[in-house]
Write a protein that binds this ligand. Structure first.
Ligand SMILES: [Zn+2]
Length: 317
């Protein structure tokens, strides 16, 4: 697979677009083309707009051909560009989880929450303007609902755990699931064995909940998919070993969080060690800890912050 092109074509009309969020190869958008129509699944942040439109041109499609813009959830590295893209694609409907829809129609709270996590400077750099989506262009599917997209069924599966406003999309034609953040992150540069991808959980604030996340992963595995299409980053082959390793990591977050006892730097160290041990199991000697840390960059900080928020919430109730 080419890893460093903005658009990589896969089977079943699926293409992976690098949205260049933060750095190359970190956040993707998936473009599916079928019967002269197009669907985007996750769209990156607003600066990704020219790349998304260029991908349509590359596939000989026009903005008018976009039928659906689907968001797995409303975190802005997945959803930030939705309003701008909807403006550019006059026939598209936005498909979003019922708990996320109001924040795409009026993004004020979402913008404030994102600024409180990332800071104003990073927000201005990474996300820029968040364009509201007109309410009459928004579709909210129920759990299990199937949208018949010109004969290609797309099924929406409610998948809490990374966030309550998260669903995944089962594409029976490709036997693929578009997983958003439910199956974690697979950094392309840390993949030693395509048969057994290395996936790290994403526990970013403020919605991480380990038990629902594990249930969601199991629900998706029951569909017997061939591929998971991760927003971070691209397709990975479904491997029982990799899924088991991911679930194991999610399970120990509570113990590690409690051991760190409110010491943020210690929690980061412990999480890095957890991921490193899992990477060593995946492929011994493939990568040292410093390289893992540099690949994760801001994600380690986000994961630690998300674990802390969840622990606080849990022990308050
Ligand atoms: Zn997310």
């Amino acid at each position: 697979m080419q890893k460093y092109s903005d658009l990589v074509e896969r089977e079943f009309g699926i293409s992976v677009i690098d949205t260049h969020y933060y750095r190359p190869n970190l956040a993707s958008s998936h473009l599916i083309s079928h019967e002269n129509s197009a669907v985007f699944v996750d769209v990156g942040a607003t600066p990704a707009l020219p790349r998304l439109l260029a991908a349509l041109t590359q596939k000989s499609l026009a903005p008018e051909d976009v039928t659906y813009v689907i968001l797995t959830h409303i975190h802005l590295d997945h959803a930030g560009c939705a309003g701008a893209l909807m403006k550019a694609c006059p026939n598209a409907r936005l498909v979003v989880h019922k708990s996320g829809a109001k924040h795409m129609i009026n993004p004020t709270t979402l913008i404030d929450a994102t600024i409180s996590i990332y800071g104003q400077e990073a927000f201005d750099h990474l996300y820029q303007e968040i364009v509201p989506v007109p309410e009459d262009r928004v579709t909210v599917p129920e759990d299990g609902e199937i949208i018949d997209w010109r004969g290609r069924p797309l099924q929406f599966i409610d998948t809490p755990g990374h966030a309550r406003h998260h669903f995944c999309i089962w594409d029976a034609d490709s036997k693929g699931v578009f997983t958003g953040d439910t199956l974690g992150i697979a950094y392309p540069e840390l993949q030693a064995d395509p048969e057994n991808p290395f996936q790290i959980p994403t526990t970013s604030p403020v919605g991480f909940e380990p038990d629902p996340l594990i249930d969601s992963i199991e629900r998706l595995c029951n569909l017997k998919p061939d591929y998971f299409y991760l927003t971070h980053y691209g397709p990975v082959k479904v491997s029982e070993t990799s899924v088991a390793a991911l679930k194991e990591m999610i399970e120990v977050h509570e113990t590690i969080g409690l051991e760190a006892a409110g010491n943020h730097e210690l929690l980061k160290e412990k999480l890095l060690e957890l991921y490193y041990q899992s990477l060593e199991k995946n492929c011994p000697g493939f990568c040292d800890k410093a390289r893992l840390e540099s690949a994760m960059s801001g994600d380690l900080e986000l994961n630690a912050a998300g674990v802390e928020v969840w622990l606080k919430r849990k022990h308050k109730s």
